[in-house]
Design a protein around this ligand. Structure first.
Ligand code: HEC
Ligand code: HEC
Length: 633
């Protein structure tokens, strides 16, 4: 028999530990987001990627307090502890910007590695960590002198970032695979990794439970074998069990498509836990809505729905809960506004417009349509253009299209490189009315009335002149054609400069014997031309038995290749070297067989360095429907 006293001590200890645990709450700033709220709950900061600013909202008056220009595409923002300073990750400029929220001035710009995306700070604000999407690492900074302490390689393409509650480790998500990586901060190495489902994609944020070993990742699933409005893209919340010896798979993935009965949601983009971690809010950027969920501690269902799906503003991109747990804030990016909802009643309590100077109106409308899976873009509500072309990037997938295997191309520079599609079967973005009305999206479409009927694989689209027939469709074209080349390759050595190795590669590229520049010509490295159709058989067409469009392809632009593997229309080349060697056995794709291994590497180095200078925004082949810079018209 155990003495009563011996029994009592552990019980008291348990209660005390329990109480201590109860005080562990979720800080809004412990995970990456476009929004953060300071610990006292008086100030909300929101980064506006399309305005290049950070806005401050006074949460006691619920009024905009100011807007501070920070640079091109801020993607993350975090308060430094309880103080007045704010750190911002500016994606397209490779800088961290420090803002004083009292004077509303930028007080420091700190050069950092490429593509800073997510940013979080320690609770005291003495340290900051940043994810760098490409090449896939985390940088660590001290915030007194802003020296970089470490750069920790994690995996390729990392975006989501969250602090563990004990601040001893960081959790990082893989953008293109939904994997979770745990970085131990004492040793600075990745100590654990959780794999998602093979179809998991576009995982750019996560939140971590303060007391239980759980990480919640919103993301999509891209089912490349299925080209169908209700089978290609799925909305998921994956809940990873982050203790090492969790039973079973260490992963529960909750399908959000049937979470609200028949109402499908699209593109889960971010989630937020309430401070006490009893509630989880999830926003869906393509259906303009939000789920309120209860967190269940059962290691099985993990979350359950609460109330109806909540309608929010256009294109929600961020969600955070106030430190008192009373208000959930949503950033409706295409309304350029933050909205507050009561966390209990789920009623709307505030809406604050946060940007003064909005981008071009048609461009904004086009961006909204591109990111929407609601009518007139899609009937079944599963798929938006954005689901495969997130912010103009590739989704990294090779789709099993009816016409054959097709890698999703990035859209940067596209306003100058028409015709469109690998087989050049479209000559204007307005032709994507066929995609909207087709099996993939099953939308009503943006043109009133019928369009020429498409039969089989004949390129009807090239003959159908759809430009100018619908303001909405023209807006979609303006948005899609305006992804200009804004950043140089990290492999270039500054504007106009190449490394010695890349310089040698450039000589091979331009040599008449090797012949690359005959097709990959001009500032966008393509001979694509709207007036003279030029497609080439470079010997790559026969390896895919499902090909229906012939073996001639449009010459792709080579800009940004360093971050767009796999290569070729069918994605069968994993590396640039593989394009030039195993995928070019008969020298039909330039003459490469006589090149030594070293020369191939030099050529590869040159290709990876593109762009090393900014291409012009006006060429003889530039299209009309795109954003012009002032004076260009
Ligand atoms: C299921 C994924 C998916 C969806 C959804 C999707 N696309 Fe695409 N997109 C692709 C793939 C794959 C290709 C390459 C197809 C080809 O070349 O035949 C492509 C090619 C393109 C291109 C051609 C780029 C170039 O340089 O040749 C444009 C423009 C484009 N898509 C725009 C859109 C628009 C607009 C929408 C929405 C109406 C959309 N896409 C929806 C996957 C998708
Ligand atoms: C006859 C015209 C032609 C020549 C010459 C040529 N290319 Fe290409 N290139 C193309 C075409 C067409 C494609 C698309 C083929 C496909 O996807 O199957 C392509 C695709 C590529 C790609 C893949 C791009 C991507 O985004 O997937 C790379 C890289 C490339 N070429 C580099 C080169 C290099 C380097 C050379 C010289 C050794 C070269 N090309 C010579 C026409 C040409």
């Amino acid at each position: 028999m155990i003495e009563p006293r011996k029994r009592l001590y552990p019980t008291i200890l348990c209660i005390l530990l329990g109480l201590l645990e109860q005080t562990q709450v979720v800080r809004a700033g412990s995970s990456n987001s476009l929004m953060d709220i300071n610990p006292s709950g008086t100030l909300l900061a929101v980064a506006n990627p399309d305005c290049g600013t950070v806005s401050l909202v006074d949460l006691s008056t619920r009024m905009k307090k100011g807007e501070i220009p920070v640079g091109k595409k801020p993607e993350g923002v975090t308060f430094l502890g309880a103080g007045k300073l704010l750190a911002v990750a500016v994606f397209s400029e490779d800088v961290l910007v420090l803002v004083d929220t009292e004077t509303q001035k930028v007080i420091k710009r700190i050069a950092c590695a490429d593509e800073p995306y997510g940013i979080v700070s320690s609770a005291t604000g003495d340290r900051v960590w940043v994810t760098h999407d490409y090449p896939g690492k985390v940088s660590e900074w001290e915030t007194v002198g802003w020296t970089r302490l470490r750069e920790i390689p994690v995996a390729s393409f990392v975006r989501g970032l969250a602090m563990s509650p004990d601040e001893k480790s960081l959790f990082v998500t893989g953008f293109y695979n939904g994997r979770l990586h745990k970085v131990d901060l004492a040793s600075g190495v990745v100590v654990d990794e959780w794999k998602g489902h093979s179809t998991d994609n576009l995982s750019r944020s996560l939140v971590v439970h303060p007391r239980r070993p759980k990480a919640y990742l919103p993301h999509v699933r891209s089912r490349i074998e299925v080209i169908d409005g209700s089978g290609s893209i799925f909305p998921q919340i994956t809940v990873y069990s982050t203790n090492k010896d969790a039973p079973g798979t260490r992963r529960a993935s909750v399908p959000m498509d049937n979470f609200n009965g028949v109402l499908v949601v699209t593109n889960p983009w971010e989630a937020a836990l309430t401070p006490d971690a009893t509630g989880l809010f999830v926003i869906y950027s393509a259906t303009d809505d939000m789920n309120a969920c209860r967190v269940i501690d059962d290691d099985y269902r993990e979350i359950e729905g609460r109330g109806n799906l909540i309608q929010v503003g256009k294109n929600p991109r961020a969600v955070r809960v106030s430190p008192d747990g009373k208000t959930v804030w949503v950033y409706a990016a295409m309304d350029f506004a933050v909205q507050g909802f009561d966390t209990q009643s789920l009623r709307s309590v505030a809406k604050v417009v946060v940007c003064d100077k909005l981008p071009d109106e048609q461009w904004v409308h086009g961006k909204y349509l591109f990111g929407s899976s609601r009518q007139p873009m899609s009937g079944p509500r599963w798929v938006s253009c954005f689901s495969c072309h997130p912010d103009g990037l590739t989704d990294g997938r090779v789709w099993h299209n009816p016409e054959g295997l097709r890698k999703t191309p990035p859209l940067f520079g596209m306003g100058h490189t028409h015709p469109l599609h690998w087989s050049a079967d479209r000559d204007e973005v307005q032709d994507f009315e066929y995609t909207i009305r087709g099996r993939l999206m099953q939308g009503r479409g943006l043109i009133n009335g019928p369009i020429p009927n498409k039969r089989g694989f004949t390129p009807t689209e090239r003959k159908a002149d759809l430009a100018g027939r619908s303001k909405d469709l023209d807006a979609l074209a303006i948005y899609s054609n305006s992804f200009e080349v804004e950043t140089l390759s990290p492999y270039s050595e500054g504007p106009g400069k190449l490394s010695e190795k890349a310089k040698r590669g450039k000589i091979h590229f331009e040599s008449p014997t090797v012949g690359c520049a005959t097709c990959h010509s001009g500032p966008y490295f393509t001979d694509s031309n709207l007036k003279v159709a030029k497609v080439h058989d470079v010997g790559t067409g026969l390896s895919d038995k499902t090909e229906q469009m012939g073996t001639k392809y449009d010459t792709p632009s080579l800009i940004g290749l360093y971050r767009t593997a796999p290569y070729l229309h069918h994605g069968k080349a994993q590396t640039l070297e593989a394009v030039l060697t195993t995928n070019n056995p008969d020298d039909r794709h330039g003459k490469t067989s006589h090149l030594s291994k070293e020369e191939i590497q030099e050529l590869g180095e040159f290709l990876k360095s593109l762009p090393y200078e900014f291409p012009p925004r006006q060429t003889a082949n530039s299209v009309k429907y795109r954003l012009m810079k002032t004076g260009e018209k």
